[in-house]
Design a protein around this ligand. Structure first.
Ligand code: RIB
Ligand code: CA
Length: 310
């Protein structure tokens, strides 16, 4: 059973990654850490606590991390995630507390206690800082599974995906680390569109948490339609967790991923070379979309039952 730490910037799709990781009996979710990205750090951190509260996740520590990228200014995404970073539902006050240590310290403590997989679904600032300030943790990281980048076009600039674009220097540190890496890029996540049949299956769960999920996907869907012209929103982040639960759910191609750091028009691009003699990444390729949705909808049901039992 993979033990994981989940670094995120909730964020609508991050919320589903949290729920899937917490719900699956095949995942041991050791810690949740937050990073600035979709919104500012105070908002992504509050949102992680809100999701944990709504989903009945009371046994996983949550710690706040970096409020800005390693270099340059923070770029947020209110056009996609709203002013709160989790627009759509009305959340009550979170009851899940914030850890009294920061994200890097929580990651350090957790990893030195036991080896784990790092699942990163936001800008990679926290992970880069961990590798730089606590190199002793690298040997405890079994794999880094990240949502970010793309083998094709970007979603912030023509060639840069948001998580990499926000902190390309951090991404370069991670992809240069020599650690085993799996990359779930937009070329994968754009296969996972929450279309009406999926919304109907979530509605049929009929719980308060399912209603929150529908409201999240409603806002997310409107934003993706208005900004990107998508008929339905791609639910990027939980694919990383699903690929750990059911490895056969995603195929990979071995390649070398380098991060463009200086291009005037291409900064933040993941340059993917499938012919390289020095590959450093398992690059996600084809998703078993029905199996992915089955896992996610089961997770919403499991979290719903836990939330109602609290
Ligand atoms: O480009 C999509 C990624 O950026 C997702 O992780 C989304 O939550 C944002 O963080
Ligand atoms: Ca995210």
């Amino acid at each position: 059973m993979p033990a994981i730490v989940l670094d995120c910037d909730p964020g609508h799709d991050d919320a589903f990654a949290i729920m899937l990781a917490a719900a699956s009996p095949l995942i041991d979710l050791l810690a949740i850490t937050t990073v600035a990205g979709n919104q500012t750090l105070p908002k992504t951190t509050l949102n992680a606590r809100r999701v944990a509260t709504a989903a009945g996740i009371h046994d996983v520590p949550i710690a706040a991390g970096a409020a800005r990228p390693l270099h340059g200014e923070l770029h947020i995404a209110p056009d996609i995630h709203g002013e709160s970073g989790l627009d759509g539902p009305r959340f009550g006050e979170p009851t899940v507390p914030l850890a009294d240590v920061g994200a890097v310290e929580l990651l350090r403590q957790t990893l030195l206690t036991q080896p784990a997989t790092v699942v990163a679904v936001g800008p990679l600032t926290n992970i880069a800082m961990l590798l730089r300030t606590h190199p002793e943790c690298a040997g405890q990281i079994e794999r880094i599974v990240l949502m970010g980048g793309s083998t094709e076009r970007g979603n912030v600039t023509p060639y840069a995906e948001f998580n990499i674009y926000v902190d390309p220097l951090a991404a370069d540190i991670v992809f240069s680390s020599g650690l085993p890496i799996s990359m779930v890029g937009l070329n994968v996540s754009h296969q996972a569109l929450a279309e009406q049949p999926i919304l109907d299956r979530i509605a049929a769960i009929g719980t308060p948490l399912a209603e929150i999920c529908l409201e999240l996907l409603g806002f997310f869907g409107t934003a993706y339609r208005q900004v990107h012209g998508f008929a339905a929103p791609p639910v990027h982040d939980p694919i990383t967790v699903a690929a750990l639960i059911e490895p056969a759910i995603l195929t990979y191609r071995r390649g070398r991923v380098d991060i463009e750091l200086t291009g005037e028009y291409t900064r933040g691009a993941t340059v993917v070379d499938f012919q390289s003699s020095t590959p450093n990444c398992d690059v996600g390729d084809i998703l078993d979309v029905p199996a992915f949705w089955d896992l996610l909808i089961d997770a919403i049901e499991i979290c719903s039952a836990r939330a109602l039992a609290k």
